[in-house]
Design a protein around this ligand. Structure first.
Ligand SMILES: O=C(CO)[C@H](O)[C@H](O)COP(=O)(O)O
Length: 263
C-alpha cells in the first residue's frame, strides 16, 4: 500500500512538472510558468532541451523523445522549422506527437524511414557511464525503439538526474496485461517488489502500446546490463527502462547553463 502511494505521488509530481502521463493542459501551464515563476529545475530542463536543438541539421530525420525536458526541445525545434529548417521527426509518444502538431514539426514513421540521423530524449537517471533509467513518463518501449534506430542518441536531462549508481528511481518495466499478475510474480523472484503503475484516478496505467508498467524499486543497480537481460527474458515482459550502452552524448541542464558530455 505504501508503495502504491509512493508511485501515485510520483505521478502527481510528474503531472505537476509536466512529465507525466495525462498532460492535456500542459502547454498552457508551461507558458504561465515561463512568464511568471520558473523554478530552477524548469530552467535546467529548458536549457538542456533547447541546447539539443543546435545538433539538428537541415534534412535530418530525428527521433523525438518524451517528457518535460523534451517539451522544450520540441518548442525550440518548432521555432527553427518556422524559420526554414527542414526536418522530419518520429515521436515516441502520443504526447510528443501532439506537441509536434502544436509546434509545426513535420512527422514521419518507420514505414518511410529505415534509420534516424539523431534521437533526442530525456531520462530519469543517468550514471557516470551514461547508462540510463527511463520510462517515468511511460514511453520506454517506443523510446528504446527510436534510440536503437538512431545513429546518434542524445540524452537531455536537468542536473537532478545525474547519479553515481542507477536504482534510486524505481525501474519501469513494461509488461503485457494478460497474466500481469504472473509476470509480476516472476519479477519478485529477482528480489524486488514491483508496483503496478496507476494513474491519478487510481486505475491501472495503460501505455501507448496498451500494456501495463510495473515500477521496481531496486535501490541500487550494480549491473544494469545483466538486470536488463534477466527481466527481458521473462515471458510477459516487453522491455525495461534500462538503456544500456545506448547514449552518445549527454546534455546536462543547470539553471543558468548547460554542460555537454560526449566521446
Ligand atoms: O523516459 C521518459 C518518459 O518515458 C522521460 O524521458 C523521463 O521520464 C524524463 O522525463 P522529464 O524530462 O519529464 O524529467
Amino acid at each position: 500500500m505504501l508503495q502504491d502511494q509512493v508511485v501515485s505521488t510520483y505521478h502527481v509530481t510528474k503531472l505537476d512538472e509536466r512529465g507525466g502521463i495525462e498532460l492535456t493542459q500542459l502547454t498552457n501551464d508551461l507558458y504561465a510558468k515561463e512568464r511568471f515563476n520558473m523554478k530552477d529545475q524548469d530552467n535546467a530542463k529548458k536549457n538542456a532541451g533547447e541546447a539539443s536543438v543546435s545538433l539538428i541539421e537541415n534534412g535530418m530525420t530525428v527521433g523525438l523523445g518524451t517528457g518535460s525536458t523534451v517539451y522544450w526541445m520540441m518548442r525550440k525545434l518548432g521555432e527553427r522549422v518556422a524559420n526554414g529548417l527542414e526536418v522530419q521527426g518520429i515521436p515516441s509518444s502520443r504526447q510528443t506527437e501532439a506537441w509536434a502538431n502544436e509546434f509545426g514539426v513535420p512527422l514521419t514513421d518507420f514505414s518511410q524511414v529505415k534509420e534516424l540521423d539523431l534521437a533526442i530524449d530525456g531520462a530519469d537517471e543517468v550514471d557516470q557511464q551514461w547508462q540510463l533509467i527511463k520510462g517515468g513518463g511511460g514511453a520506454l518501449v517506443r523510446e528504446k525503439i527510436i534510440a536503437a534506430a538512431a545513429r546518434k542518441f542524445v540524452v537531455i536531462v536537468d542536473d537532478s538526474k545525474t547519479v553515481t549508481q542507477l536504482g534510486a528511481f524505481p525501474l519501469p518495466v513494461e509488461i503485457l496485461p494478460f497474466g500481469w499478475e504472473m509476470t509480476t510474480a516472476r519479477i519478485v523472484e529477482l528480489g524486488v517488489t514491483p508496483v503496478i503503475r496507476r494513474n491519478d484516478a487510481n486505475d491501472i496505467f495503460v501505455s501507448d502500446n496498451s500494456n501495463y508498467i510495473v515500477d521496481c524499486r531496486f535501490g541500487s543497480i550494480t549491473d544494469p546490463k545483466t538486470l536488463h537481460q534477466q527481466l527481458k527474458q521473462l515471458t510477459g515482459v516487453v522491455d525495461t527502462g534500462l538503456f544500456v550502452d545506448m547514449s552518445d552524448k549527454v546534455i546536462i541542464g543547470h539553471p543558468d547553463r548547460t554542460e555537454t558530455l560526449s566521446e
